[in-house]
Design a protein around this ligand. Sequence first.
Ligand SMILES: *Cc1c(COP(=O)(O)O)cnc(C)c1O
Length: 420
Amino acid sequence: MTTALPVPTLNVGPAGLTLEGVALADIAERFGTPTYVYSRAALTAAYEAYQQALGQRKALVCYAVKANSSLGILSVFARLGAGFDIVSGGELARVLAAGGDAGKVIFSGVGKTRDEMRYALEAGIGCFNVESAAELDRLAEVAASMGKRAPIAFRVNPDVNPNTHPYISTGLRSNKFGVAFTEALDLYRKAATLPHIEISGIDCHIGSQLLDPAPMAEATDKILGLVDQLASEGIKLDHIDLGGGLGIRYRDEEPPTPTEYLKPLLERFAGRDEALCFEPGRSLVGNAGLLLTRIEYLKPGVEKNFAIIDAAMNDLARPALYDAYHEIVAVAPRSLPATRYEVVGPICESGDFLGHDRDLAVDTGDLLAILSAGAYGMTMSSNYNTRPRAAEVLVDGDTVHVIRERETLEHLLRGERPLP
Ligand SMILES: *Cc1c(COP(=O)(O)O)cnc(C)c1O
């Protein structure tokens, strides 16, 4: 097993763990727990790794907003010049509020409403990734009613197996996403006849937490075959979007770097002049964030010892939802022998665990950092058990920016009322 911590800007200092120039203990002291803590340097490095891999190629990295949609995170990527991949009107509002460029927004998702289409057309987004024939009809009708042309790509399902968790594999024929490979040609022919539709590109996204570049290369071959067939019929595309999905290290995985992941894809693009787009989410934010939490109680048991912490499945759902593994480390380990703990939250569900069988040298009141929690952490959080959502802070060198205040009970009860 690798010993380096998966969060690249996390270091072990004399006073315990520090992220960039700030001690996690200071963050807990100032802002309380549980708190999501992100590193601006790690976010920037992850984005630059894609830019570097793409070199001088005409390309756009569109950050998949659903991985972490906090305005503070979006504003970091907006300032780096990123585009954004959104799946709702709400996410578009967030991108615009964070200073993102509407022209670099692509809109994915199988269930776009008329209102969302109008909003996106009004804002002037870059492209709609259309996922069905019915959606094409609806978009054409909405664009016509506004006197606009909607730029589109079809999300084509290349039917390759990405070898990932079934819940996060999206490119198989049996998935709800995208249009079937065999239907794509006819849909493009139809779209080419619609006056309020402007064919702009093609899109695919085969799954998430991909650790092997081969399925993506296979998908690219299929997509490029289709692109060439379209060109032979006079339907020319200006961009090819290969989706997101590059995996990260949570435990001992060895994901390819963006350079390694993109190499077989870029080889296939040699001599082509379409712009290349990607929609990475997890690989841009996952290892740039951690969840800082405090141990409320230690509870020795006959079979298991429990460390009951102040974070729970409502804060970080991935362990309960996918049985996902997150590294859990003591912020300032004590010089006593480690004990094996079930690390659990206070929620009334047996599934409310953050980690099984973790060896920790800790006492009641100590801080723990749950690592690799930057992606699908805060965005999947809930108020289950009427628990206010965690605060979020962004570390930038020696500075800590509060990017989301901790929720209060007032926030939770707003809009509700008992019967009169
Ligand atoms: C979720 C999603 C992404 C991002 O996936 P990651 O695995 O986080 O990189 C990109 N595109 C689409 C269409 C998605 O649904």
